[in-house]
Design a protein around this ligand. Structure first.
Ligand SMILES: Cc1cc2nc3c(=O)[nH]c(=O)nc-3n(C[C@H](O)[C@H](O)[C@H](O)COP(=O)(O)OP(=O)(O)OC[C@H]3O[C@@H](n4cnc5c(N)ncnc54)[C@H](O)[C@@H]3O)c2cc1C
Length: 392
C-alpha cells in the first residue's frame, strides 16, 4: 500500500485552482492547494472583466468582489465607427469588473472553508510519478520537501510547468501569445456604464486596447499585441493611445503579462494529472479572457477528481471525462473564436472599418451574436464567406 499525503494537490491559487480545490474539498476529498506568491490575488495581472452569468452560475456574489457593473461594451473601429453591444452579447468578459485581489482571495477562502489545506509562498518545482500516484517537489521559504497525492491539478497559469512535467502538449507557438500591458488610470473621463474596446492596427496590431471601468473616473486601460505583428512593444502602443485620448490621466498601477491565444488543445489530461484555466490554454483566443473558463474548468476538474477517487482510477483514459466536460461546455467556442481571430489577423484597418460600418445601424439590444455575425456575413460575403459554416 502506498501512503498518500493528499487525494489531490492543486498547483496555483488563481480562479481555476481555487475553484478546483473548493469543488474537490466540498466533495469530501483531501486537498492541498499551493500558491507560489505570498498573497493570493496579488499582484493582479488582469483587466478583471467577467460576465454576470458565469459568476451567478457558481457563486453567491459578494458586493466586495465587484468594482463596477457595466451594461455592455462599446467597440471602436480605427476610423471611430462605434457599435454598442449588450453585456450578454459581448460575452464572457463583460458584465462585472472585479476586484481580483478580493475575488481570488475569497475563492481560496471558500476552498479552505470546504476543508482544503492552503500553502502560500510555496512553489512546485518538479513532479514525478510514483506507483499509482504523483510526488510533487515543493519549495517554501528556502525549505524543500515533497508531497504525494493520487492526482495533481495543474492550475499554474500561462507559464504552466505542470503540463510539461506530465507530458501534455501545451506548446504555445510564436504568434500565439498576446503581450499585454495595463495601467490602472485615474482622473479620466469615459462612459462608466460600458467597457470599451479599440480595434485595428492603428491601435493594437494583432490585438486590441481595452478600458474597463473600476469606478467613475478610474479604469484598467490596457493593450494586448501580437509580437509577430509589431516591432514595438505593447507599452509604446498604449502610451501613444493614452497621449491622444487620456492625456489628463494619472497612472497609479502598472501590470504586464502574457495571454495564450492558442485555441483548444487536444487533451488537458495525462495519467494522474488534469490542467485547468490558462495552464490548459483555455483563455478565449479572440478576447484573451480566461477567468470564466478557469472557473468552469476548475469546477469540472474538481468533480472528475472525486469520480476518479471513487473509482480508484487515475489513468488518462478515466480522466478523459474531464476533457469531455470542458469540450462540451466551451470547447466549441474556443475553436470557433480561434478561426475568427485568425481571420481578423489578416484584416487591414480599412476592412475592419467596412465591417463595423455594415452593422453600425443594427439595434444590438435585440439581436444575438450569432444573428449579428450572419448579418455581417450576408452584407460582406466576399470578406467573410469562409466563416459561414460557423454561424449558418
Ligand atoms: C493584462 C491581462 C488582462 C486580462 N484581462 C482579463 C479580463 O478582463 N477578463 C478575463 O476573463 N481574463 C483576463 N485575462 C486573463 C486572465 O487573467 C486569466 O485567464 C486567468 O487569470 C486564468 O486563471 P488561472 O487560474 O488559470 O491562472 P492564474 O490566475 O494565472 O493563476 C495561476 C496561479 O498559479 C500560481 N503558480 C504558477 N506556478 C506555480 C508553481 N510552480 N507553484 C505554485 N504556484 C504557482 C501563480 O502564482 C498564480 O497565482 C487577462 C490577462 C492579462 C495578462
Amino acid at each position: 500500500m502506498q501512503d498518500y499525503d493528499y487525494d489531490v494537490i492543486i498547483v496555483g491559487a488563481g480562479p481555476g485552482g481555487s475553484m478546483a480545490a473548493k469543488t474537490a474539498a466540498e466533495a469530501g476529498l483531501d486537498v492541498l492547494l499551493i500558491e507560489k506568491r505570498q498573497e493570493i490575488g496579488a499582484p493582479v495581472r488582469c483587466a478583471e472583466g467577467v460576465s454576470r452569468e458565469v459568476l451567478e452560475e457558481f457563486f453567491e456574489i459578494e458586493k466586495s468582489w465587484i468594482a463596477k457593473e457595466v451594461v455592455g461594451a462599446i467597440i471602436y473601429s480605427p476610423d471611430g465607427t462605434q457599435i454598442k453591444m449588450t453585456a450578454k452579447m459581448a460575452g464572457n468578459e463583460v458584465g462585472f469588473v472585479l476586484e481580483r485581489k478580493i475575488f481570488d482571495r475569497a475563492l481560496a477562502r471558500m476552498a479552505a472553508r470546504a476543508g482544503a489545506d492552503v500553502l502560500v509562498k510555496t512553489t512546485a518545482t518538479s513532479m514525478k510519478r510514483s506507483e499509482n500516484g504523483v510526488e510533487v517537489e515543493l519549495r517554501r521559504m528556502g525549505e524543500r520537501f515533497s508531497m504525494k497525492s493520487k492526482l495533481v491539478i495543474g492550475a499554474d497559469g500561462v507559464e504552466s510547468r505542470v503540463g510539461k512535467w506530465a507530458g501534455i502538449d501545451t506548446t504555445v507557438k510564436i504568434g500565439e501569445i498576446e503581450s499585454c500591458v495595463q495601467y490602472l488610470m485615474t482622473g479620466i473621463e469615459f462612459d462608466a456604464d460600458y467597457t470599451h474596446f479599440w480595434l485595428g492596427n492603428r491601435y493594437a496590431p494583432g490585438g486590441y486596447i481595452w478600458l474597463f471601468p473600476k469606478g467613475e473616473n478610474t479604469a484598467n486601460v490596457g493593450i494586448g499585441v501580437l509580437p509577430t505583428k509589431t516591432k514595438k512593444g505593447p507599452k509604446s502602443h498604449l502610451d501613444k493611445f493614452i497621449e491622444e485620448r487620456y492625456p489628463e490621466g494619472e497612472i497609479i498601477e502598472v501590470v504586464a503579462g502574457g495571454v495564450p491565444v492558442t485555441g483548444p488543445i487536444e487533451t488537458a489530461v495525462a495519467d494522474n494529472v488534469m490542467l485547468v484555466g490558462d495552464a490548459a490554454r483555455h483563455a478565449d483566443p479572440m478576447t484573451g479572457g480566461g477567468i470564466a473558463n478557469a472557473i468552469k474548468g476548475g469546477y469540472f476538474a474538481g468533480k472528475v477528481a472525486k469520480e476518479a477517487i471513487d473509482a480508484n482510477d487515475f489513468s488518462k483514459e478515466f480522466l478523459r471525462r474531464y476533457d469531455e466536460m470542458w469540450k462540451n461546455d466551451f470547447g466549441e467556442t474556443l475553436r470557433r473564436n480561434k478561426i475568427i481571430q485568425k481571420k481578423m489577423l489578416k484584416m487591414d484597418d480599412e476592412t475592419i472599418n467596412k465591417l463595423m460600418k455594415s452593422i453600425s445601424g443594427y439595434d444590438l439590444e435585440q439581436i444575438s451574436f450569432r444573428r449579428l455575425m450572419i448579418e455581417m456575413i450576408k452584407k460582406n460575403p466576399r470578406l467573410l464567406w469562409d466563416l459561414r459554416d460557423l454561424f449558418f
